[in-house]
Ligand binder design. Structure first.
Ligand code: UD1
Length: 448
């Protein structure tokens, strides 16, 4: 066993003005082998709050979002929105906290490369800008390097609503000087982002829009509910066909954001991986959907508690190897593929993990291998032969969901795992060290 380094108190760490200790160079250290026990509170959904903040651009009035997480990604998006003329204000502390966004006037319709390249979701402003101002110049997006991630569906969809689109110099220039008009959009495959953007744009278009093959992810439904509260006329939320009757203007709203099913899934996997027993609060088994069935197949016990919560209990021995295939909702979420692989590294038997949504979402494999995992790749499938133990090593977070996978693996590994490039983690997981250490994990952050 390597000597156990002293864990500095996270209270003494330098913090940014929003109260989170973050730096591009921070690293996280985890001493594995400690079972998690206690409660893990699930934050508001990152993938819901980002499009919800974007939706505020559709109205002159204030949109109040409650139960929002404080993340690097929400701060990046706030900068994008402020650059367009919106006022973004965080309020409250703890469970009552939230953010309000008001775009009384759009002072710009340009979203620059410097900001959009940091996070793909900031590209989504193209929909509201075009619908409300009749024009938009938005940099082509960046975000996690998990595949080519083109924007063709967005552009074809906006063209179907009457926009003129030109792509040059790394920017999409879109114009609809007389406003958007409703139309029919048949998406060739499911895209969460394209559904958000086209639903928002159609909400202010003249006439009716039909979107087929729409995404049914809970975050899309949440955005749809918020748009309805703002006055949008949308039928079919949660189904593959959306029918939207455009209105001339949208108002403000006060909206409670859904909990983060992806954070909840990662924590369920962390508890199972650590050999512990803990309750996720604010979420039920139905919220983690297909993951709940896969966890049960792996031998993990899930029980709804009386209050709103989900108790996760690790199996007595090693988990059983379980196959998964990622799919659009309600299938197994691609955002939980890497964390699930983390658990499977120490499973009994061989699991096949197939990724069908993104073409390059296996970058965590080589990092898991550094911890002693036995994984081979065959096209879109990772074959994971469970090993009895992982062993600590320095590793690097390569993208948002890969980063939490390394935390899960670190909880299982013998010794002290050092995770570098944790800015990926800070994009999507609120106060993760604090939450896990409250359940007994030996995890701490080092600033470099
Ligand atoms: C969102 C989520 C992300 C999740 C993903 C799939 C947010 C902020 N991000 O990302 O966490 O992993 O959904 O559930 O909510 N595609 C095209 N052309 C397009 C648009 C998409 O080819 O114009 C492809 C993508 O490259 C990908 C697939 O469609 O292969 C699905 O991507 P999409 O659902 O659009 O993902 P995002 O909305 O970017």
């Amino acid at each position: 066993m390597p000597p156990v380094p002293k864990m500095p108190s996270s209270r003494n760490q330098p913090k940014n003005p929003k109260g989170q200790a973050t730096s591009r160079m921070d690293r996280i250290l985890i001493e594995g082998g400690v079972p998690l026990h206690g409660e893990l509170a699930i934050s508001g959904s990152k993938n819901a709050v980002l499009p919800l903040m974007v939706a505020a651009l559709l109205s002159e009035e204030k949109l109040v979002l409650r139960g929002t997480p404080r993340l690097a990604d929400t701060r990046t998006l706030a900068q994008v929105l402020e650059g367009l003329g919106a006022t973004v204000e965080e309020f409250g502390n703890g469970p009552g906290e939230g953010v309000s966004v008001q775009a009384a006037k759009l002072t710009s319709t340009r979203a620059p490369y410097e900001l959009v390249s940091k996070m793909r979701a900031s590209f989504w402003v193209i929909g509201p800008l075009l619908a409300r101002a009749g024009q938009a110049q938005v940099s082509l997006p960046g975000g996690c390097a998990i595949g080519t991630r083109p924007v063709d569906l967005y552009l074809k969809g906006l063209e179907a609503l009457g926009a003129d689109i030109d792509v040059s110099g790394g920017y999409v220039n879109a114009a609809a000087p007389h406003g958007l008009t409703g139309g029919r959009i048949d998406l060739p495959f499911v895209s969460v982002g394209a559904t958000h953007v086209l639903m928002m744009a159609a909400a202010l278009a003249k006439g009716e829009t039909l979107i087929t093959n729409a995404a049914t992810e809970p975050e899309v439904v949440d955005v749809g509910h918020c748009l309805q509260a703002m006055g949008a006329q949308i039928d079919g939320l949660g189904t593959r066909t959306l029918h939207i009757r455009g209105v001339a203007r949208l108002g403000g709203a006060d909206h409670q954001v859904i909990r983060d099913r992806i954070e909840a899934g990662a924590f369920a996997l962390a508890v199972a991986a650590s050999g512990g027993k803990a309750t996720l609060t604010g979420i039920g088994a139905a919220d983690i959907g297909a993951l709940a069935s896969s966890l049960r197949l792996a031998g993990v016990d899930l029980a709804e508690t009386g209050t709103q919560g989900l108790q996760i209990c690790a199996p007595d021995g090693r988990p059983k190897a379980t196959h998964i295939t990622t799919e659009a909702y309600p299938g197994f979420a691609t955002d939980l593929q890497a964390p699930f692989m983390g658990l499977m590294c120490c499973a009994e038997g061989v699991s096949r993990i197939r990724e069908t949504i993104f073409e390059n979402r296996f970058m965590h494999v080589q990092e898991l291998a550094r911890l002693g995992a036995d994984i081979s790749l065959e096209g879109d499938t990772a074959i994971v032969t469970g090993v009895e133990k992982l062993h600590a090593a320095p590793v690097m977070a390569t993208d948002l969901r890969a980063s939490v996978t390394l935390v899960i693996a670190g909880l299982m590994a013998e010794g002290v795992t050092e995770i570098n490039r944790v800015y990926h983690l800070d994009r999507g997981y609120e106060r993760i060290e604090e939450k896990l250490s409250a359940c007994g994990a030996r995890i701490w952050r080092e600033r470099i």
